[in-house]
Design a protein. Structure first.
Lengths: 353, 202
């Protein structure tokens, strides 16, 4: 006779998991039908596929200098407003800031030739013009997240007279110091061949880069946790919103991607003050305005070693570097960011606005 | 008779794999050209129809397909190496897990600990692989050969589009580039106009 050594609790767990698996479609929404983004906005300005969103104020009194957020070129901006309780935008509005955000849109084949010049000297500068006119100010504070942090840094170097304060949140700055698997793939990547053959960087390839970042935690454990928590409505809602956001990855314009991989990851031009955008040198020494660099210690997408050099490279005498014990997304869309990151940012910005 | 002819070819041309490919390529090109020349008179009859460039198209397609064969071999080698790296890492990770979990009890805590150990070990091993130079080099070669194949496919598609009297990918790209240049010129003019206006006001 075969003796069964299994703990009945283990068998119970297994049966529960199987039940959750079967009942999941009845208990959770269809991921693509989940709505994300709850804070109201107007589309203030539009150019090609780019939209400038102006969020409606939530306080009677507002900080004088408007804040422009430059979102990353990977994924969509919704992570900044994924859930009312974890919304970066809503928190800033509640602190009295006048918030604008650039939604880069979804590039198509015709946008293949857009590069740093068009993004920085074109779209971003036009947005700044618009905000200055609308708010009757000469300068605007600018915050950039991830690759948007790099764009904001490049913009601030080329147009320092327009930038009141620069906030770089997990920016991609020093490609050679980046220790993530993304930079390992990027170092040997034949970007010329990809852009010349395919045009824009396809979303599928971006998915691949995501899938090699913590493949078992993100690819297996996360979904087991989801099924184990299928009766927890709050958890399920939040999970599906993040999944939908992760799934909505637009292509990256070919020229921008080429300049990105070569200039940042392969030749590391930005941190060496050797990068040129339309014949103009991008020198980090031009950054004399107040600079706030936010870094997540557990960032597996942009390693702290890649972001921190910005703090040491700028000429500004008013500069702050903050390291947070969280991850890339945790820094902007979590309870931690609401309790720690945003209040600190708000205070820093109010003192300088 | 066949044997002598074949032996002669084998001796002279098939010393290695690349000669074999060269042989087939030349044979294909030779007959494509011959057929093109032999059929040049009848095809002039359909000089404005869809068959207008049939013979020269056939030659281009044959050429692309022959070249693609070489790249398919390279692609397969890199793909095999890619899966080998994944399989080897999986195997080592599985062994590491086995050596660590043998003493765990089959109760709830043990199962939980097993899950944790499994995830941690697999995560570490695979991150190590994705972080390695050998992975990055092979992966990028794999992508590179895949792009070479895509280039061939694009070239074949362009031939077909041309036959159908439609704009090719290259021609569409030229239009996009032209539009891009125009947009940049308009932006520069607008910027110049704005600055002049600003200076006049000041």
């Amino acid at each position: 006779m075969i003796q069964n050594n299994f703990d009945p609790k283990v068998i119970g767990e297994f049966l529960n998991f199987s039940r959750n698996l079967v009942e999941a479609p009845m208990k959770a929404s269809v991921p693509h039908e989940v709505s994300i983004g709850s804070t109201q906005f107007d589309v203030a300005y539009k150019e090609d596929k780019m939209r400038l969103l102006h969020f409606k104020p939530l306080t009677a009194k507002q900080v004088r200098t408007p804040l422009l957020i430059s979102y990353a070129i990977v994924n969509r901006y919704h992570i900044f407003d994924i859930d009312p309780k974890k919304s970066w935008i809503k928190n800033l509005l509640e602190q009295g800031f006048d918030v604008y955000l650039i939604d880069w849109g979804t590039p198509t084949k015709i946008d293949k030739f857009l590069g740093f010049h068009e993004y920085v000297n074109g779209y971003m500068d036009n947005c700044m013009d618009f905000i200055c006119d609308e708010a009757s100010v000469d300068k605007v504070s600018i915050q950039g997240y991830c690759t948007g942090g790099t764009l904001a840094t490049v913009y601030s170097s080329l147009h320092p007279e327009r930038v009141k304060n620069l906030i770089a949140t997990a920016p991609v700055i020093d490609g050679w110091k980046d220790t993530t698997v993304v930079s390992n793939v990027a170092k040997f990547f034949d970007v010329d061949k990809l852009v010349d053959t395919v045009g824009n960087m396809p979303p599928e390839f971006i998915y691949f880069c995501f899938s090699i970042l913590k493949p078992f935690e993100q690819g297996v454990e996360k979904y087991i946790k989801f099924l184990n928590n299928i009766d927890n409505k709050k958890f399920v809602d939040s999970f599906l919103k993040i999944e939908k956001w992760l799934d909505e990855t637009p292509p990256i314009p070919g020229e921008l991607f080429r300049q990105w991989i070569k200039g940042i990851y392969q030749d590391n031009l930005l941190i060496q003050n050797k990068m040129y955008v339309k014949n103009k040198l991008v020198s980090l020494k031009n950054l004399k305005m107040p600079v706030f660099t936010q870094v997540a210690v557990g960032d597996h997408l942009v390693s702290p070693e890649c972001s921190m050099p910005l703090h040491y490279a700028v000429s500004s005498t008013d500069k702050t570097l903050k390291l947070y014990p969280t991850g890339h997304v945790g820094m902007i869309a979590s309870s931690f960011s609401q309790k720690t990151v945003l209040p600190e940012l708000g205070q820093w910005l109010k003192e300088r606005s | 008779m066949r044997s002598i002819y074949c032996d002669l070819i084998m001796d002279n041309h098939m010393e290695n794999e690349s000669n074999i490919t060269e042989y087939y390529k030349k044979t294909a090109m030779f007959w494509s050209d011959m057929i093109a020349m032999m059929s040049s008179k009848p095809t002039t009859l359909s000089a404005v129809g869809p068959l207008r460039t049939l013979s020269s198209n056939l030659k281009k397609v044959t050429n692309e397909l022959t070249e693609a064969n070489k790249e398919i071999v390279g692609f397969n080698n890199f793909l095999i190496e890619y899966y080998k790296q994944l399989a080897d890492t999986w195997s080592v990770a599985q062994k590491d897990v086995a050596s660590k979990v043998s003493k765990l009890s089959p109760n709830e805590e043990g199962t939980e600990a097993y899950k944790r150990i499994w995830i941690d070990i697999f995560e570490n091993n695979f991150t190590g692989l994705f972080d390695s130079k050998k992975f990055s080099e092979n992966y990028n070669k794999l992508i590179s050969t895949e792009l070479d194949l895509l280039k061939r496919w694009n070239a074949i598609t362009d031939v077909m589009l041309k036959s159908a009297n439609l704009p090719t990918k290259q021609e569409i790209e030229e239009i996009y580039e032209e539009l891009h240049t125009l947009k940049n010129r308009i932006s520069e003019l607008e910027s110049f106009k704005k600055n002049t206006k600003k200076n006049d006001t000041e």
